[in-house]
Design a protein around this ligand. Sequence first.
Ligand code: ADP
Length: 185
Amino acid sequence: MRLVLLGPPGSGKGTQAKLLQERLKIAHISTGDLLRAAVAANTPLGQIAKATMDAGELVSDELVLELLEERLSEPDVANGYILDGYPRNLAQAQALDALLERVEQRIDRALALRVDEDQIVERLAERASQQGRSDDSEEVVRHRMRVYEEQTAPVADYYANKGLLTEIDGMGSIETINQRLVDAL
Ligand code: ADP
């Protein structure tokens, strides 16, 4: 099973993706995590990506696709995977479809978490103090939300048009939301 998990920054995507990974025994692929690892390892790609990430902008489609293709060549994706943070705009959604088509595969479902904004700001403030992520300042968070509305929200329509989208109420406890996702599958 190949899944795409959509949701604004702070919607709990990463948490839910990890739970689904365990439950469904499929790989969890977070492009944000892949990028942060590249930054931490100070690779050439990471060096280019860092400033963009800190500003809350999207890293270039080419760089992220490179990371994704590399990740998809690893053996643990054979059982399927859940994509978290990708695709982030329409061009990425199309690039993903093209990439999968070449190996005669496709995305089976896209799940979109719906949350309200006040809760998001609260969650991200909490994460900023816990994890110290350099892109979790209030100003950058606001900007990431705008980027999401403008560039990533259309990705949900892209999957809806293919009949692959399920919207999930993302408000409630971690367990409740996890159950909703599992039920939707
Ligand atoms: P969040 O969903 O909370 O914003 P992520 O870990 O998914 O957190 O992403 C953090 C940052 O990493 C983004 O703001 C962006 O700069 C970069 N990033 C992650 N995934 C992508 C992607 N698919 N395309 C471009 N940039 C990305």
